[in-house]
Design a protein around this ligand. Structure first.
Ligand SMILES: [Mn+2]
Length: 207
């Protein structure tokens, strides 16, 4: 089976992005965005989604992180849409509860081709290190719009201001991992049984 992969470049006045995504990869990543927390988030997305993800991105972060975060979201969504292709044999819908310490987040999505984004996340403090957690909403909104997916993200509850943004975004990577019948993944990229059962991969099947 042909791996569902894409390599794209995006250049605007504010940002320059080179992105390669392989949905049938093994969780290998090389992410360099100049924003440490965003690197961390995208690396986890690749690792737990078992995607191969390479991103090299720079932007006008001397002003603030807004443009670069948004444009990486657009590029990633675009790559997902292109890599998924005709969506044959995969689950269109995915959802996941993710607990993290005392926080619980819930994410549901539909690769519907009708972009819609719902964000039910409230936090009192949104700084994550040097990263402005408020930008996460814009990031996922951009991903949803350019991947043309219906994406709902909510933080059910949290008492710690530091775990709540993390729980929300960690939940976000999970729906990309639903195992699905009908489209056998290449032998070399089959995920281990436990992780396959526990979560899900777009278009991948459990061994
Ligand atoms: Mn914007």
């Amino acid at each position: 089976m042909k791996a569902r992969q894409v390599h794209l470049k995006r250049k605007t006045k504010e940002t320059k992005i080179d992105l390669a995504l392989n949905l049938d990869g093994r969780g290998k990543y090389k992410v360099s965005t100049t924003i440490p927390f965003l690197n961390h988030m995208l690396e986890l997305l690749a690792k737990h989604g078992r995607f191969d993800l390479r991103i090299n991105a720079q932007g006008d972060t001397h002003i603030d992180d807004h443009h670069l975060v948004e444009d990486i979201g657009i590029a990633l969504g675009d790559a997902i849409a292109k890599a998924v292709g005709d969506k044959k044999g995969i689950h269109r819908y995915g959802n996941f509860y993710l607990p993290m310490d005392e926080s619980l987040s819930y994410v549901a999505l539909d690769l519907s081709n009708r972009p819609y984004f719902v964000w039910k996340v409230k936090w009192t403090k949104s700084d994550i290190g040097r990263f402005d957690g408020m930008l996460l909403e814009h990031f996922f909104e951009s991903v949803a719009a350019s991947a043309r997916m219906n994406l709902h993200m909510s933080l059910k509850y949290a008492s710690s201001p530091t775990t709540s943004p993390r729980a929300s975004l960690k939940g976000s990577r999970a729906p990309f991992r639903r195992p699905s019948p009908g489209t056998p993944a290449p032998k070399a990229s089959l995920p281990p049984k436990a992780s396959c059962r526990a979560s899900f991969v777009l278009g991948k099947t459990c061994p």
